[in-house]
Design a protein around this ligand. Structure first.
Ligand code: MN
Length: 766
């Protein structure tokens, strides 16, 4: 190991590094020094040189060296996510296993287990899968499973995706569309769930640029044209507020806030409006320096100063400080009527809240890391109370996240496509806040129903939910709840989950629990049905294999034996009826089997008759042909061409041919040895003779074709007759052929034995 890695080190060291790589590396190093609480520069340098060496022969679609990409991804991680040292190393090496001969074992040897596992999570599944869609789903599933064990996987993946989206240009149009669509469908909602607002909004704008270039240009141009005008208005709006807040000694930052292109686009589409008509083009944000409880109180004081100056629109007010979103977002939202009666959207938050709003999970990670290294960059103070609180919040958030993922993975969907669909459904973008009769507040996804609420309260409440009151009125269980609804659940011990609930519940927890219950109930019914049927069959002394049972259940009209059991288990079908049908089936089977046997016997008898007739002309007695000798085949052993035989001269009655294996042979050799003649088949002398073969194997699609192709097409052998039965997965072919010599027969047997699924080839008897 040491030897192997030292030669690798030599090879890495021997590869010259272009100044452009060095320049980019210095940018990364600076970012890391500035943003990481702890940095191991030696390991970072090693990762840089290792990646540079691994990708030395690769280039991107744009033609530039491939390794520029991982460096840029690492820079994004350092700048926007800045979690820890290992993440930067993993970002630098995220493509080496997928795209170069470097293995995960090498990563473990050169770095450590943690780095290896991160890179494993970032490596796509290899191999050819059925379709691109399935492959994409399989990869998404792998990604979700990896981030369930280490959430940094997805943080690095976001950086990777962001850089790929920024550098789509060199790719074919079709591929650009596909990547942009996947970004909007999968990565954007995921970024939202983690509260990575900055990255989310960049991904959205970049996707839009690809998917609707015209609209994208229209909006950016429109915004540019009116920028000066808009800035002047915002300045006019801000002036009086700034003055008052300064007068009251707030430490704050106030500025106009550009709306993302994508959010404007969405609003135009949803509301069918032109660019000019969208009022929250005017948006500002006030960020306060104060922290903790003091900070919260300051937000409200600032709100009050604002509403003294301008009139608020009551229906646009949102308090995400008392009720944070489930991704941790906190802020006060309000819309005010500014000069000339124009609407201005305002956000008020502290710097801490702002950090979480922009970076979500990544900010939490940073707090945790900061606490680990006793730093507090955010507040620039050594306030340990604050540090402890940040760390606690981070742990709570992480814990909630892992609980959520664990809930998701409890009953994994069968196919990858379904899994990813379920997962995406759970990345709810919109949320509602509802209340218990006691006033406790719960956050649920949009369109959640009383059933979701019941399961959120407790699994038992969900299980026995029989009715619900929303704002004191009884409503159907499928009712969609709205923010501020007060919900009371009515339960009954006798009530159990209903399969229909799956159609309308929204939360993973409710869906999972209901599915589990239904599956369990189904499993029990199947078990019961199986017992009932088995008992009855035992009593009637009917013995059937599983395959036979399955066949009978199909002839009764079920797709599978378990469906029959289920019907019996829930009393959907009479046991007597099933038994009668099975008995009918057995009689029919027996008749068919007899028919089959008759046919096979007939087939064999025909063969023997023809073969023996044919055999007479090739028979050599003492090495010569005797056309005038009367030949009789002994009925005791019924020899056919190919058998080892001898002849017995019978007085005045020609010659009888016996097999050497005939049961009477010893007796004849002892008492009539003087009448025995050497006899053999003239098989090697240019004439053809009949051979019978039985081919046994596994039945599969195309088996018959493959066998007859080998015989007639490849070896050009004439098939006299062929009889095939395929039952319960077994293939049984009886074939009669014209063979010209023994070598020919040996070659045929060899070729047949190579046919996929063929197990046995031998001659058949009657
Ligand atoms: Mn990449």
């Amino acid at each position: 190991m040491i030897h192997a890695s030292s030669t690798l080190q030599d090879r890495i060291a021997a590869l010259p590094i272009d100044p452009e790589f060095e320049r980019r590396y210095r940018v990364l190093l600076e970012l890391c020094r500035r943003n990481l609480p702890y940095l191991d520069e030696k390991i970072l340098r090693h990762a840089f040189e290792f990646g540079h060496w691994a990708h030395r022969n690769d280039s991107r679609a744009s033609g530039e060296p491939y390794f520029f990409h991982p460096i840029e991804v690492a820079c994004i991680v350092a700048r926007e996510i800045s979690v820890d040292n290992v993440s930067i190393v993993a970002a630098l090496l995220h493509d080496v296993v997928e795209d170069t001969p470097v293995t995960l074992d090498m990563i473990r040897a050169e770095f450590n287990e943690e780095t290896r596992n991160l890179i494993d999570g970032l490596t796509k599944i290899e191999g050819v899968l059925e379709s691109r869609e399935i492959k994409q789903a399989e990869n998404s599933r792998k990604l979700i499973l990896s981030m369930a064990s280490d959430v940094r996987v997805i943080l690095i993946k976001f950086a990777d995706r962001l850089h790929n989206m920024r550098t789509l240009k060199g790719l074919p149009q079709q591929k650009q569309w596909r990547i942009a669509t996947e970004t909007l469908d999968f990565f954007v909602p995921l970024a939202h769930r983690f509260g990575l607002f900055n990255i989310k909004s960049q991904l959205e704008d970049l996707s839009l640029k690809v998917l609707d270039q015209e609209k994208f240009k229209e909006i950016t141009n429109g915004l540019d044209q009116k920028k000066a005008q808009r800035d002047r208005y915002i300045e006019r709006f801000i002036q009086p507020i700034k003055a008052k807040l300064t007068e009251k000694h707030f430490q704050f930052d106030i500025k106009g806030r550009p709306k993302s292109i994508f959010s404007i686009y969405n609003k135009m589409k949803k509301q069918g409006k032109e660019l000019d008509e969208i009022y929250d083009l005017f948006a500002i944000r006030i960020t306060l320096q104060s922290i903790g409880e003091e900070g919260k109180a300051d937000c409200w004081r600032v709100y009050s100063v604002l509403t003294d100056e301008y009139t608020p629109l009551p229906d646009r007010f949102r308090d995400f400080i008392s009720n944070p979103k489930s991704n941790g977002y906190q802020s006060i939202h309000t819309t005010l009527l500014g000069p000339e009666g124009r609407k201005v959207e305002v956000q008020i938050r502290t710097r801490e809240m702002d950090e979480i709003a922009e970076r979500g999970l990544a900010a939490h990670w940073k707090y945790k890391e900061d606490a680990k290294y006793h730093k507090n960059r955010l507040t620039d103070t050594k306030n340990t109370e604050q540090g402890r609180r940040n760390r606690n919040n981070a742990l709570i958030f992480e814990d909630q996240w892992y609980t959520w993922v664990r809930d998701m993975l409890e009953t994994p969907s069968e196919t990858a496509t379904e899994f990813v669909k379920d997962f995406r459904l759970n990345l709810y973008e919109e949320e509602i806040q509802v209340f218990t009769p006691k006033g406790d507040m719960f956050t649920l996804p949009k369109d959640a129903t009383p059933i979701d609420f019941a399961f959120h309260v407790h699994t038992e409440v969900g299980f026995h939910c029989i009715g619900a009151k929303v704002n004191h009125k009884i409503v159907p269980l499928s009712t969609k709840l709205k923010t501020a609804d007060q919900i009371e659940i009515i339960t009954s011990k006798k009530q159990t989950p209903n399969a229909d609930w799956i159609k309308f519940v929204q939360t993973t927890k409710a869906k999972t629990r209901v599915k589990q219950y239904i599956n369990e109930k189904r499993r029990k019914a199947i078990e019961l049905g199986r017992e009932v049927l088995e008992k009855k069959l035992n009593k009637l002394k009917i013995e059937l294999t599983n395959q036979q049972l399955d066949r009978h259940s199909k002839s009764i009209g079920f797709t599978h034996i378990s469906e029959l059991y289920l019907s019996l288990g829930v009393n959907d079908i009479e046991l007597d009826h099933v038994i009668k049908q099975i008995q009918k089936g057995i009689v029919q089977d027996e008749r068919e089997q007899k028919n089959n046997e008759d046919k096979q016997r007939q087939h064999y008898e025909n063969f023997v008759e023809t073969a023996q007739e044919h055999g007479k002309s090739v028979l050599r007695i003492g090495g010569e042909v005797h056309n005038n000798m009367k030949i009789i085949y002994a009925s005791c052993c019924n020899p056919i061409p190919g058998d080892e035989v001898f002849g017995l001269i019978s007085l005045g009655n020609g010659m009888r041919i016996h097999r050497t294996s005939c049961k009477n042979a010893p007796e004849m050799f002892k008492n009539q040895s003087e009448r025995i003649m050497d006899v053999e088949w003239g098989i090697n002398q240019g004439t053809t003779f009949l051979v019978n073969l039985r081919v046994i194997g596994t039945d599969r699609v195309g088996m018959f074709n493959d066998i007859s192709n080998v015989i007639s097409k490849t070896l050009k052998i004439n098939i006299r007759s062929i009889q095939v039965s395929a039952e319960e997965g077994f293939f049984d072919g009886r074939i009669v052929l014209d063979i010209s010599d023994v070598n020919h027969l040996a070659r045929l047997k060899h070729r047949l034995s190579q046919v996929e699924g063929v197990h046995e080839i031998h001659r058949f008897e009657g």
